[in-house]
Design a protein around this ligand. Sequence first.
Ligand SMILES: [Zn+2]
Length: 445
Amino acid sequence: MKKTWITTSVLGMTLVAGVTAYTYEAPRHVEAKPQTESKKKVKNVIMMIPDGYSASYATNYRWYNGGDETELDRQLKGMMRTYSASSKVTDSAAAGTAMATGTKTNNGTIGMNPSGQEVESILDRADRVGKSTGLVATSAITHATPAVFASHVASRANEADIAKQYMDEMKVDVLLGGGQKYFFDKENGGVQEAGNLVKKAERAGYQYADSLESLQETDGRKVLGLFAEEGMAPELDRELTKQPSLSTMTKKAIQTLNKDKEGFFLMVEGSQIDWAGHAHDAAWAMKDSDAFHKAVKEAMRFAAKDKNTLVVVAGDHETGGMTVGGYDEYVAKPEVLKNVKATGDQMVRQFNDDLTNIAEIVKQETSFDLTAQEVKTLQTADSKKRVMLLNEMISKRAYVGWTTTVHTGVDVPLYAYGPHSDQFAGLHDNTDLPGLIANAMKLKK
Ligand SMILES: [Zn+2]
């Protein structure tokens, strides 16, 4: 490592002096793969989207995890631009639509171009040639990122319509995530106007699961798993529930879809990295990044054994304007977040009515001592702002800064593993992804 750096800097000086002859050595992450490999038609694709994950998240996560290269670091290929048709700062609907269909659209729009015409997703194309397909997320399965792969609605808020589209077309064989309320009718505690979609799915041959245990019992080729009324629990709080982890869902989805001899397309979203960013909850962001890396490990383990599976990973945009270090000091300590055992939201829920146990709860869940001033700030704050104020106090101790409560427009890292992964080297636009995946699978237009 050190040797390479010295060579480069000497080279820089010689270039300034006007000497042009030098040998270029490709960094190992972007080495071209042998021709034979790039000609091979990829059977399966696993596309993984850590929602909101940028280079700052990757750096903080690496330190949080001890400082060594992470599972994703080893597969870094390039960077991806994220802007939408309506803004340099995209939302998840437009970003997902670009990554799923290759079309830039306006923020808020799902699976349509800016003029409202429906556009085909890479999942649709894989389905058309007879492959099995799956969507896995820790949000409601009807949330923006999974939705762009298999539905078309003018507004991402129409989650009941998205659920209805899934169950009208039945093209997605494995759906795992939250969002029970969008599938059940009013009589059964949901909001669905079109009747009970879970019953409809079961009649069509889906096995339904609503807990880790019932998911493990499924053995068919079509599974509808809905594990929460809305979004699933953050990984930090998951032990309070009966929900499966993202890696368990990923493993189950792969096992189920791999029964198809034609191959499969699977999208897996780490949905809540983004939610943590919006809430400025650095510990939640790190723990859900960790859960995502565990899911990546499942995908890579399968791909390494299968040898005919391409894994592509990229965040859809950055969330929160996260920094590594900050607060006017040359310090970063994301590793202290390992001591945090609950989300800010979960801690505030444990505060008593007269707010006298704040210091005690925070100490118990984070091992941090709040100052008397911080306790007072939390006691006197508007109850709606309490969670974010607490999250920012904890972030500060880890030197994780935040610059916005929405998204930012920075480029995000692009990772790929398996045959054709070399195609992902360099700076790509988010709209390039489905085309590159289609090339790898040799899908016709
Ligand atoms: Zn997003």
